[in-house]
Write a protein that binds this ligand. Structure first.
Ligand SMILES: NC(=O)c1ccc[n+]([C@@H]2O[C@H](COP(=O)([O-])OP(=O)(O)OC[C@H]3O[C@@H](n4cnc5c(N)ncnc54)[C@H](OP(=O)(O)O)[C@@H]3O)[C@@H](O)[C@H]2O)c1
Length: 284
């Protein structure tokens, strides 16, 4: 599989997306929200990761329109929350976020978390129903790509058994200290590209001694090391940053290269900065 060493990554259906996205979870929903997004747009971000549960679709849509940049230049992701699993609910959720964003189409729609608890027959049917809705939205041209998030191999196997369209993306927590190697490999072997959520370990990796040493050797920051590790592993990181300097440096990761030994060292790091969120134990 082609690795994401370029600024754009091609999905299995030919759609291209900016390799580095901009995470929008927990950007405070106040008067500064739109200026944070506007600054990111001015710096060159075009790929924004949003979700039904983030409650920021109205503000995101306004920020995009007010930028004056053609809609076609953006790559906008949303995710259907756990409250809207199954065929009908997923369609409702999509219509809700699309109306809030005021967009004719979304670029990527993801199932935010797999249904995975209780009777397997029940949760597998829920995921299959949600996916059937996604397949229809895709065929109707309302989304350019469809995928999942937080699906581990045992969630993907039953989904793929019923799917007519293989997900194009799996969005997983993925960073040095929590690489989810088995899930990444399983997804990639089936043609999915993997997006890395919390690629900076929610900021917890910034002062990690191994990253500090590697950053110093390259004259870059620890955030850049973590993000570069992601792209050298074929992942698409979606860091969230409200600070201007953070936003700027998170995009600037294409002019240096980690050595294979450094990549390997970061891949083998003992568990660090894990969010604690696992799809089989979360309560939603
Ligand atoms: N699919 C899912 O279930 C799921 C779950 C969680 C997250 N996500 C997505 O992934 C995105 C990113 O994850 P995240 O927000 O949890 O964490 P993250 O991107 O790993 O880390 C964000 C934190 O790192 C800081 N930061 C960013 N760039 C930095 C830099 N260059 N130097 C130093 N500190 C820096 C930010 O500070 P400032 O804000 O102060 O700049 C913020 O505190 C989310 O926004 C969301 O879109 C998806």
């Amino acid at each position: 599989m082609t690795k994401s060493l370029t600024k754009f990554t091609k999905l299995s259906n030919g759609v291209e997306m900016p390799t580095v996205g901009f995470g929008t979870w927990q950007i405070p929903l106040n008067e500064n929200f739109k200026s944070t997004i506007q600054t990111a747009i001015q710096l060159g971000y075009r790929h924004f990761d949003t979700a039904q549960i983030y409650n920021n679709s109205v503000l995101m849509g306004e920020a995009i329109r007010e930028s004056g940049i053609p809609r076609s230049e953006f790559f906008i992701t949303s995710k259907v929350w756990a409250s809207h699993r199954s065929y009908e609910s997923a369609k409702e959720a999509f219509e809700q976020v699309r109306t809030q964003l005021q967009l004719d189409y979304l670029d990527l729609l993801l199932i935010h978390w797999p249904a995975s608890q209780g009777e397997p027959m029940v949760w597998q049917a829920q995921n299959a129903g949600t996916w059937r809705a996604f397949e229809e939205l895709y065929k109707d041209g309302l989304v350019r790509a469809i995928g999942v998030a937080n699906f581990l191999p045992h969630h993907l196997v039953p989904l793929l058994a019923r799917a007519k369209i293989t997900p194009m993306v799996n969005q997983l927590e993925c960073h040095p200290g929590y690489t989810q190697a088995a899930a990444v490999r399983f997804s990639e072997e089936r043609g999915m590209r993997v997006q890395a959520w919390s690629p900076l370990g929610r900021g917890a990796l910034i002062r990690h001694p191994h990253l500090l040493r590697i950053a110093e050797a390259h004259g870059v920051t620890t955030a850049q090391v973590a993000l570069r590790w992601a792209v050298q592993n074929g992942l698409m990181p979606i860091p969230k940053a409200t600070e201007l300097q953070h936003q700027r440096e998170n995009l600037d990761i294409f002019d240096f290269e980690l050595t294979p030994e450094e990549v390997d060292e970061l891949t083998r790091l003992p568990q660090a900065a894990f969010s604690g969120l696992h799809p089989d134990t979360v309560t939603f």
